[in-house]
Design a protein around this ligand. Structure first.
Ligand SMILES: [Zn+2]
Length: 430
């Protein structure tokens, strides 16, 4: 349900009687003001009072009090709408980051289990081969027939050999020990392989969960922006109308112009911010991109790494999990430093993201994604196209962070890669 619908359901419309005692000149001026207001915000179907409603309400104390109550309700409603949207966006950001972190850590652990299973399998293969050589000697000295090729190539053949060895009645003393070792190694390898498979199988569901929560976080972020926009576009009008009613005075041209001016100022400020962001792009503001010939750039040029990619005990909450990126800082202080897109692409996330704080993510195609965490503020929005070396944010310490830095991640098909190697392959070294 969108914000406008919610507000419409919540607000009980106060029917203000229209009195005919309003002067002709005022009606014309009000009609113009209403026209301007509607042109700038036609999307809202909420029953916001017009200036003629305000004027009409003043002709009776009851109507005036009702109108005051309605306007106060609308102001409070807009504020609580925004607060709720803010809380939801925060919650969704936390949920998303938690799910993403679970997937990242599980990916590393699944990799470790796979390596462990492979090592155990190699050990088991060697043990079985040794047992096989023993069995071959026994067979040659008349101990029994072995149908399996002793130069075991794969583990299913090795298992068959082991089974046959176990069935041989001559297994005694040191012979039995060699068989027992091979059997134990083989069992350990089977168990480790099964564990690795369980871990690998779980990754798909964890990735899907993180993806779904990511989408919800994006939606909550957009709902918050829309709610803030709605609040901004109505606040001045409502407060001015409330002042006119509370002071029991006649609305002046300046009163109904206040909202128009506020909306114009808001639009101008947004345009100026967009222009400033556009002007500040392309590298360090020199006007040309500092991206290298491969089309990649250092997100924090001239910085050094203060923490590397890898499993670690988190410095803030003490949890043992993957640090899925590299931390970039300047010696002289990183707070407010411009952060640049490492490559060209589409902004797929621009908002609060739990432990990563204010986060920008850029999709570069071919499953490649870069992510920039802990920013103090963002200079791009969801869906925006950016070039390599374009300003995207200002560094900070929002989220799970102990000081201003850029937490920079590189991912391929959602799986975190060490940015050091990933970027070195693209000509950028930290
Ligand atoms: Zn970090």
């Amino acid at each position: 349900m969108n914000a406008a619908k919610k507000a419409r359901n919540r607000v009980t419309p106060v029917v203000a009687k229209r009195f005919a005692r309003v002067s002709g000149a005022f009606v014309v001026a009000v009609a113009l003001a209403i026209g301007a207001g509607q042109a700038s915000a036609p999307a809202y179907a909420v029953d916001y009072p017009s200036w003629s409603d305000v004027q009409a309400a003043q002709s009776s104390e009851t109507a005036k009090q009702a109108e005051i109550a309605k306007i106060k309700g609308l102001i409070a409603g807009l504020a609580s709408e925004t607060a709720a949207a803010q809380a939801l966006a925060q919650q969704r950001g936390n949920d998303y980051q938690e799910a993403q972190s679970k997937f990242d850590t599980a990916t590393v652990q699944a990799g470790e289990l796979k390596a462990d299973a492979e090592a155990k399998q190699a050990k088991a293969d060697a043990s079985i081969k040794q047992a096989g050589q023993l069995a071959a000697m026994m067979a040659r000295s008349g101990g029994g027939a072995l149908s399996v090729n002793l130069l075991v190539a794969d583990s299913s053949q090795a298992q068959a050999l082991l089974y046959q060895l176990g069935a041989m009645s001559q297994l005694t003393g040191s012979t039995a020990k060699i068989y027992a070792v091979a059997e134990r190694d083989s069992n350990e390898a089977s168990l480790a392989t099964a564990q690795a498979k369980v871990a690998a199988d779980a990754l798909g569901a964890l990735a899907a969960a993180a993806d779904a929560l990511r989408q919800q976080a994006v939606e909550a972020q957009q709902a918050l922006e829309s709610s803030l926009q709605t609040e901004k576009s109505h606040q001045v009008d409502l407060e001015t109308q409330l002042a006119v009613l509370s002071q029991n005075r006649v609305a002046t041209a300046a009163d109904y112009q206040a909202g128009v001016n506020a909306r114009a100022a808001q639009a101008a400020a947004e345009a100026a911010a967009a222009a400033a962001a556009a002007a500040a792009t392309r590298g360090s503001g020199g006007g040309s991109s500092y991206a290298n010939s491969s089309g990649w750039a250092n997100p924090l040029p001239g910085s050094h790494s203060s923490d590397e990619f890898g499993m670690r005990v988190n410095p803030v909450d003490g949890g043992y999990r993957l640090h899925a990126g590299i931390d970039l800082t300047y010696n002289g202080g990183t707070c407010g430093a411009p952060v640049y897109a490492a490559g060209g692409g589409t902004v797929t996330y621009a908002g609060y993201n739990g432990g990563l704080g204010n986060n920008v993510q850029i999709s570069h195609g071919d499953g490649i994604l870069t992510s920039y965490g802990h920013n103090t503020s963002l200079a791009v929005s969801y869906g925006q196209q950016v070039d390599a070396g374009q300003l995207i944010a200002y560094a900070g310490t929002t989220g799970n962070s102990t000081g201003c830095h850029v937490h920079f991640e590189t991912r391929v098909d959602g799986v975190p890669q060490n940015p050091r190697g990933f970027m070195a392959d693209r000509g950028v070294n930290f």
